[in-house]
Structure formats: C-alpha cells, structure tokens
Design a protein around this ligand. Structure first.
Ligand SMILES: [Zn+2]
Ligand SMILES: [Zn+2]
Length: 239
C-alpha cells in the first residue's frame, strides 16, 4: 500500500513485485519521494521487496534518507530487511506493542496491540490532521483486537481478510471474524484486502455491499492497482 497523506508518502508492506508495480504505474510512484517504509511483519508476502524498496528510496544507499518502521524480529532474527540496507535509511523506528507515536512528516503512527501471528506483528494507526486510518494486518481473532482498533476510532479501517469460512486452524481472520471486527470498530469506511482463494470465490464485492447494507458504512473490496481517495470516501458517509 502506498499512502499519500498530504505531502507525506509512506509505503506499507512492500511485498513481492511492489517496486516493479510502483515504477510501472502510470504515472509512476517514485520511491525517491518516500518518507518512510513500514512493515507490519516480516513475512515475505508483506516484506519481499522491502530491501529493494529501501535501495530505491535511498538511490542505492547513496542518499541516506527516509524512515524504516519495523518490528524487531524483521531486523534481527532472520531479517527480511537485509542488514546492509538497514544502514541506508536515516532512522529506524523499532515498532513495539502499542508503541509510538512514530512521527513521519506530518503523520503520526501508533502501533496496535500485538497480533496473534507466527512472527512479531503489529497493526498501524495513522493520524494526519483530522483523518484517522487504521491498518489491521494478518492475525488470529481475539477480543483485544477489536478493543484496540475501536479505541483508535479510525475513519478508515483497512483489514486483511484471508479466509472465507473454513475450519483451518491458522492465524488469519475469516470473513465472519472480520465482519465482527468491523461491527465492533465501526469505521466510516472499511477496505477489505489480502484475500485467499475462498474469499475471492465468495465475491468480495458482494460481501462489501452486505457491510454497507448492514452497518451503513462505506465498504470497498480491494483489487490490484486500486486507488482510493480516503478523504472523499470518508466525506461520502454521513455522521
Ligand atoms: Zn503473515
Ligand atoms: Zn499476510
């Protein structure tokens, strides 16, 4: 995800292909303009391109710049941010549970409660002026998750929904659990993403529509290359 909060640009979770997709967009997204790269966790579907993106942000290390936000285990134990590239950024903020605010340009980022996932994982609560955006990455459902995100009172909740309905014992939300989170957090806008095959088969757009009908919020099912004007979407929903 490439966020533009006013002048501040933050790349969150640059997975495989992130750099190529950024540069091949029309018009391209320019990694040299990034103020920060932020990782929710070290898994490769979220961090596969992080070293390449740091190289691009810092012109191969020739221009030391930008902030890297990441949990400690993404930097130390089998680091998916390769150590040589950790030297290229101006500042590393090691994300801790409910840590921050970490300041990036004119954006404040606070970490969520620790997610229940195989590696150290935190969501992010962004504040830019009046706009509050929360990103809820991968992890198992528990009540503390709902409480933490509800407390952040996000206008926009971006939520990873990997599973539809299954009895697999894995550290990812099912659709019904994601729906319960959204019901508890009550954002004005919910953006669903990170779909597994069963979710894709279940028609994410129809599921998003059901959230709009049931909760009176705006709900968007993400797809590749989706661009969303968050302020416009938030403004489209009545108080
Ligand atoms: Zn993961
Ligand atoms: Zn994931």
């Amino acid at each position: 995800m490439w966020f533009r909060f006013g002048e501040t640009q933050i790349h969150v979770d640059p997975g495989p292909g992130a750099l190529v997709r950024a540069l091949s967009s029309v018009p391209p997204f320019n990694p040299r303009e990034l103020d920060a790269i932020a990782l929710s966790h070290k898994h490769l579907d979220h961090a596969g391109d992080v070293t390449a993106m740091i190289e691009a942000m810092t012109s191969g290390g020739f221009r030391k710049r930008g902030v890297l936000l990441a949990p400690e285990d993404a930097l130390t134990h089998e680091p998916t941010v390769l150590p040589y590239a950790q030297e290229f950024v101006e500042r590393i903020d090691v994300v801790t549970e409910r840590g921050g605010p970490y300041r990036i340009g004119d954006v404040d980022v606070r970490a969520s409660i620790r997610h229940v996932h195989a590696v150290e994982t935190y969501g992010m609560h962004f504040t830019h002026g009046d706009l509050r955006v929360s990103y809820l990455p991968c992890g198992r459902y528990f009540q503390g998750l709902v409480d933490d995100y509800a407390q952040a009172r996000p206008d926009v909740l971006i939520i990873n929904v990997l599973r539809f309905r299954d009895s697999m014992d894995v550290d990812h939300l099912t659709w019904d659990q994601a729906r319960a989170v959204i019901e508890g957090v009550r954002p004005r806008v919910a953006i669903l993403q990170h779909f597994g095959t069963k979710m894709l088969e279940a028609d994410p757009r129809a599921l998003a529509q059901s959230l709009e009908d049931d909760f009176g919020i705006r709900a968007i099912a993400a797809r590749d290359n989706l661009e969303v004007d968050l302020n416009t979407e938030v403004a489209s929903v009545g108080v």
